[in-house]
Design a protein around this ligand. Sequence first.
Ligand code: FPP
Length: 240
Amino acid sequence: MNQKINPNNMPRHIGVIMDGNGRWAQKRGMMRTSGHRHAMNAVKTAISYCSQIGIEVLTLYAFSTENWKRPVEEVSVLMNLIVEFLLKETPEMKANNVVLRFIGDLSRVPEKSIKAIDYSVNEMKNNSGLLVNIALNYGGRNEIVHAVKSICQKVGEGDLSIDQINEQTFAEYLYTVGEPDPDLIIRSGGETRLSNFLTWQSAYSELYFTDVFWPDFGEDEFDNAILYFQAKDRRYGGIG
Ligand code: FPP
């Protein structure tokens, strides 16, 4: 870890929009999908590094509710890579005390992926270290609508009164229930937007954008993002 990083002011939760895989590959005359394949090394590094430096939660945006618009072959490569990653990396993640959680609407995710997800989540269920959220078929707006429906159902059944609905209780109906909001959101690949990622939870997140493509995103890049975060004065609407 970079010596300039203050270990007493670490972000508790880091979210990552892993963008730039296609361009990374195209720049090298390779197929877009080989960019996704190379991206898996960066995913592995992200998990092991965040675990090593004591981050509590890491959320990785693997597949958005909008990514179904991509060519079927690319969608299929992405789904297969996730399965491959889970089957290959679960023993090491388990040994590193990682806990795995999937956030998103898994009802549209292929059966083969669900099997691998269940296996990996179950293998790590007794761990207590870094919580890795993998956002799969995830959309922030979709998550909010899902929460509203669950709340309406509870109210309809008489298990919740309208007076009990506030920001805290609302957050209990999100996929990230029980987790701190992301302190820092990183987006690689040069774009400066959130693309439906952690829409509710990102209200006070610090945003770090870099031109580095995700397959090249390593430990030094994490350090740069954390240094950027530590230079911020987080006032939450106050005057500091
Ligand atoms: C954006 O790059 C990346 C994605 C849509 C997919 C990211 C998913 C992974 C890296 C797999 C994650 C797997 C696990 C296990 C967490 P892009 O293809 O849009 O890049 P471009 O903007 O250069 O075209």
